[in-house]
Ligand binder design. Structure first.
Ligand SMILES: Cc1ncc(C[n+]2csc(CCOP(=O)(O)OP(=O)(O)O)c2C)c(N)n1
Ligand SMILES: [Mg+2]
Length: 757
């Protein structure tokens, strides 16, 4: 683990002629180019600040003080070859990689033609697919785990190049952008791979940057750990300007130095550098990239920079930084120091500097003038690209029949298979069919210590519920592996891999522990396509064991909470109640082009209810299509998951006792949900009961009930009722659990009352 520390005294200032002539390998032309990038970056900030004051743009984040490290990274790494997860201060890096000032101003005005987002994201939220600059968001730090996943994706394809093959003819030529077909009309297809333009290099590097404050985020540490464990080619660049808004580094980072804190991570190459010095910064990046390209591990660059323009235009740093401190920083301004360096080294004279600056000014003037004329996207376009424009998982293309009577994958006679059996069978079939599928999560592997399996010393675990049992043995440890116990990392890494064209099918062991991944699940995964205006997508599948009725599951092994996720635009949510639906919906989840939260009820895994024969390797169910679990004419019950068998039990009792015919609708998929089936049923029965296992208030049923009241009011002969859990967490004692969760008798009483209303 090499460590290089650059003397904080600037190499720019070193006057020794012999030493300075080498410039860490940079040519004079590259040094001039670096200055042009840095100067352009600073002047774009100045122009944007002016435009913001004139209310011609609506937000501004500056890269001032961070220009040298960015220009250096741009010179050391390769656009369209390496991959980039920059943060908002990386304007100079983006310019060095090939982003134009015009493109930056287009984002400022929120133009339809803004290539990063089409007016959907603030300025400095970079996204340029052709350059491999991956869409970034505003939460500080949520890009870091994705960068790790991106590097993993690249390495996976390099090791298994056949995985990049596309099954049918791709809709675009190799090298084209991953965009919708020109018509923009939804097109049914059975395979996401047709719409992923995979590219990879054997020695590619993934760059990710963050501020000093952001290094306090847990996701940063999860990412460092994962990168070190897997020896991934990621360059972490901490741009340390000494402040996170108003919080100084000594109040943020124990001991005041992030370098010191991370120095124990194995397999890393470490650099601590004056990030206001483009030459020293370039040297640091060259060494870091060399380490990463050799495949021996990640690199960490701690770049000391300055922040001359306050945090943003909404911040006035004079409120917390005295003039003396700000003046001290100003002495290290990278733009003026680099200019002085070029003059001193005789690389440019006064005339040359003036000429360069004049050229930049006139380029910026022209870019601003053009950008100010650009039009915004039409308001009706706002819902475009929430989901894939290419594959519609609700379409009939995903409606196939089960191949009943077929032999099971293990060659035995058709048998009644549990939901657990058919989920495993579906995963196995899809892994055989698609080499891009990787499975990881906590305990999902058979055994991380492969030699135990090879020597047949152990049988293997395959998940705490055993649903992935045997898959590592069958498909290899690079396709099925245990992750560290870190849920944000599971989803964040999966998101990065999916961005590269892999199909991660990750597992969150218990729904109760999904919350560390919430930032990734709310602000990242489902937003990637929309916020990049279809520039990027991340169709990752997240399997989650959910639910109660476990007699002893208690608070932390019984939770539901699906409505928190159905509330997220861009995320498909499915919740099967039986074996066949689980198989069909999981296959649709894997083959479609959207992120999917696949909820598996633990109580249903091995229930005798809803078992079915193996339906064959191509059985699919479209999303958004409910199933009539039992037809009826007197009352509609809308439900899903583990409440389905309970509702059926109650309905059958009511029929036996009073001849009331209850229609039970199993929604199966919650986002999208099947409004047509609900509406048709309520039009027939004129009575509706919504039943769900989650807590009553603000739950999933609230939306359904509101929709019925709103749109079917004239058809109703009774109020819309709900049956759900009490508004409390699930208790451990089975008697208490029974009292909290909706039971068949609660459903029976509500049905009876509503039928008699
Ligand atoms: C997760 C999250 N928390 C809070 C914020 C609000 N915020 C934006 S920038 C910032 C400070 C970031 O400081 P640092 O990481 O040092 O980067 P710098 O801006 O100094 O370059 C904060 C708190 C945010 N965007 N995301
Ligand atoms: Mg900072």
């Amino acid at each position: 683990m090499a460590t290089t520390k650059t003397d904080p005294k600037l190499t720019l200032g070193a006057s020794g002629a012999k030493k300075s002539k080498f410039y860490e390998g940079l040519t004079r032309e590259q040094l001039i180019q670096a200055y042009r990038v840095m100067y352009t970056s600073r002047r774009i900030d100045d122009r944007e600040i002016l435009l913001k004051r004139q209310q011609k743009i609506f937000f501004q984040m500056s890269g001032a003080g961070h220009e040298a490290i960015g220009a250096a990274a741009g010179l050391a790494l390769r656009a369209g070859y390496d991959w980039f997860y920059p943060y908002y201060r990386d304007r100079a890096l983006c310019l060095a990689l090939g982003v134009t000032p015009y493109n930056m101003f287009l984002q400022g005005v929120g133009a339809a033609d803004d290539p990063s987002s089409g007016g959907r994201q603030m300025p400095s939220h970079w996204s340029y697919p052709a350059l491999h600059i991956v869409t970034q968001s505003s939460p500080t730090g949520s890009q870091i785990l994705q960068a790790v996943g991106c590097a993993e994706g690249g390495r996976y394809f390099a090791r298994r190049p056949k995985a990049a093959d596309v099954p049918n003819s791709p809709p675009f030529a190799k090298g084209a952008k991953d965009v919708a077909p020109a018509s923009g009309t939804p097109r049914a297809s059975l395979d996401y791979r047709q719409f992923k333009n995979v590219s990879f290099q054997n020695d590619e590097v993934t760059y990710v940057s963050l501020g000093d404050g952001t290094s306090s985020e847990g996701e940063f540490w999860e990412a460092m750990n994962a990168a070190a464990l897997e020896k991934l080619p990621v360059i972490f660049c901490v741009e340390d300007n000494g402040y996170a808004i108003s919080v100084p580094v000594e109040a943020q980072t124990a001991g005041g130095s992030i370098s010191r804190l991370v120095s124990g991570f194995p397999n890393f190459h470490f650099e601590e550098v004056d990030g206001t010095d483009p030459v020293a910064s370039y040297g640091a990046f060259q060494r870091a990239a060399k380490h990463c390209r050799a495949g021996v591990g990640p690199a960490f660059i701690h770049a000391h920079v300055i922040r001359p323009y306050s945090h943003s235009l909404s911040d006035d740093e004079r409120l917390y930084r005295p003039d003396t401190e700000r003046e001290r920083d100003a002495q290290r301004d990278p733009v003026t120091r680099t200019q002085m360096f070029l003059l001193r080294e005789g690389i440019l004279d006064d005339k040359g500097i003036n000429q360069l600056e004049k050229e930049v000014e006139s380029e910026l003037q022209a870019a601003v003038d053009r950008a100010l004329e650009a039009l915004p996207a039409p308001p009706e376009s706002v819902t475009k690209f929430i989901y894939s424009p290419n594959i519609d998982p609700t379409s009939s293309a995903f409606d196939t029949q089960p191949a009943n009577g077929e032999a099971t994958p293990d060659g035995k006679k058709p048998a009644s298979k549990t939901m657990a059996d058919l989920i495993t069978a579906t995963l196995r079939d899809e892994m055989k069919r698609d080499e891009r599928i990787v499975i990881f999560g906590e305990d999902v592997a058979d055994a991380s210590r492969e030699e135990y399996l090879k020597r047949k010393l152990v049988k293997g675990k395959g998940g705490v519920f055993k649903l992935t049992f045997g898959l590592q043995n069958e498909f290899g440890s690079d396709r099925v592996f245990n992750s560290p116990l870190a849920e944000a990392a599971i989803v964040g890494r999966g998101t990065g891999m999916a961005t590269r064209g892999l199909k991660p099918v990750v597992e969150i062991q218990f729904f109760d522990y999904i919350w560390p991944a919430m930032m990734q699940l709310r602000d990242e995964l489902p937003t990637i396509r929309w916020r990049s205006n279809n520039g990027f997508s991340a169709p990752c599948v997240i399997r989650v064991a959910i639910g109660g009725y476990l007699t002893g599951g208690a608070i932390y092994h019984s939770q539901c909470g699906e409505s928190i996720f159905t509330h997220i635009p861009g995320l498909r949510v499915v919740f099967p109640s039986n074996s066949l639906d689980a198989a069909g919906l999981l296959r649709t989840a894997i083959r479609c082009d959207d992120p999917v939260l696949f909820l598996e009820h633990k109580r249903l895994y091995r229930e005798s209810f809803g078992r079915a024969a193996y339906p064959g390797p191509d059985y699919m169910i479209p999303f958004g299509k409910a199933k009539i679990a039992q037809p009826g004419s007197d009352l509609t019950v809308i439900t899903y998951g583990a409440v389905v068998p309970r509702a059926l039990q109650a309905a059958q009792k009511l029929d036996r006792e009073q001849g009331v015919k209850v229609e039970v609708i199993d929604l199966r998929s919650l986002n999208p949900f099947d409004w047509e089936t609900i509406a048709a049923s309520v039009a027939k029965t004129n009575r509706a009961l919504v039943a769900y296992e989650d807590t009553l208030s603000w739950g999933y049923g609230a939306e359904i009930a509101a929709r019925i009241a709103d749109q079917l009011f004239d058809q109703l002969d009774a109020p819309v009722r709900r049956v759900a859990a009490k508004d409390v967490f699930v208790a451990y004692q089975p008697i208490l659990e029974d009292a909290i969760l909706p039971q068949p008798n609660d459903l029976y009483l509500a049905m009876k009352e509503l039928a008699a209303y």
